[in-house]
Design a binder for this molecule. Structure first.
Ligand code: ATP
Ligand code: MG
Length: 238
């Protein structure tokens, strides 16, 4: 059967994306023309040497930063033409972001951390509670809702960070080295959680990792080198 041209449109499409940090003699070109298509429902591992532009690209995809040049299409819409407020709306509506090192608020409970994106979106208390608890349940931490990050293990903190990223029911989850601070058993649990979210909640997952064991969970592996996509290969689960 012929592919439907609309359904097969990538959810994310980068063309010739460049990023220059700084100005003048100290300017540094971190991205040199990245071309990348991400299909809806894919589980993508992004690999490559330190400094090759992985986080820079994820920050652009996650609407946390803007490219210096090139085009970024999200669901066919030109993101590079949006202003700051429009980008923030797109991020809150469609994207979830998990940072390396969790970035949780230390004096607030797991539930309050998870509810935060809903607070930014102006949702009322009851809905925030229901969606927050549902997200904590999804990551297996419903019973830990009133614990602060200091009272949770590294793996649990990372699961809270994932719950916070998925509480808005995003189409795309961007995770920059989500297992970077975890031991191998906790890392496997996080990868199983991401796989479950990808398969059973239909979330497109983009994950940066240095570890081949973690990339093995992905369906597609993208290799970066020197600010460019060097190669794309099918993962072992493809
Ligand atoms: N805010 C910034 N200002 C100046 N240069 C930056 C900035 N952020 C990143 N860079 C530079 O851009 C290049 C790409 O950085 P990036 O963080 O994308 O690399 P990475 O592939 O994620 O590396 P790692 O695996 O170490 O996380 C690096 O040389 C880095 O020093
Ligand atoms: Mg990085």
């Amino acid at each position: 059967m012929a592919a439907d041209p609309i359904i097969s449109l990538p959810i994310i499409s980068l063309r010739g994306v460049t990023k220059i940090y700084g100005e003048g003699p100290t300017a540094f070109q971190a991205l040199k023309g990245v071309d990348l298509d991400i299909q809806q429902g894919d589980f993508v591992a992004v690999m490559g040497p330190s400094g090759s532009g992985k986080s820079t690209t994820m920050n652009i995809l996650g609407c946390l930063d803007v490219p210096s040049g090139g085009t970024y299409l999200f669901k066919g819409h030109h993101v590079e033409t949006l202003d700051r407020d429009q980008r923030a709306l797109l991020r809150r509506r469609y994207l979830g972001f998990v940072f390396q090192g969790f970035n949780l608020l230390s004096r607030t409970t797991a539930l309050e951390n998870v509810e935060l994106p809903l607070l930014y979106r102006g949702e009322d208390k009851k809905l925030r509670y229901e969606m927050g608890m549902a997200a904590l349940d999804k990551v297996g931490l419903k019973d830990w809702w009133d614990h602060t990050p200091a009272e949770l293990s590294g793996g649990q903190q990372q699961r809270v960070a994932i719950a916070r990223a998925i509480v808005t029911q995003p189409d795309v989850l961007v995770a920059d080295e989500p297992t970077g601070n975890l031991d191998s058993q906790r890392s496997i649990e996080i990868m199983e959680l991401l796989t479950d979210l990808n398969r059973n909640s239909g979330i497109t997952v983009l994950m940066v990792t240095h570890e081949p064991d973690m990339a093995a969970y992905a369906r597609t592996i993208v290799h970066f080198r020197d600010g460019l996509v060097e190669s794309i290969e099918a993962g072992v689960t493809a």
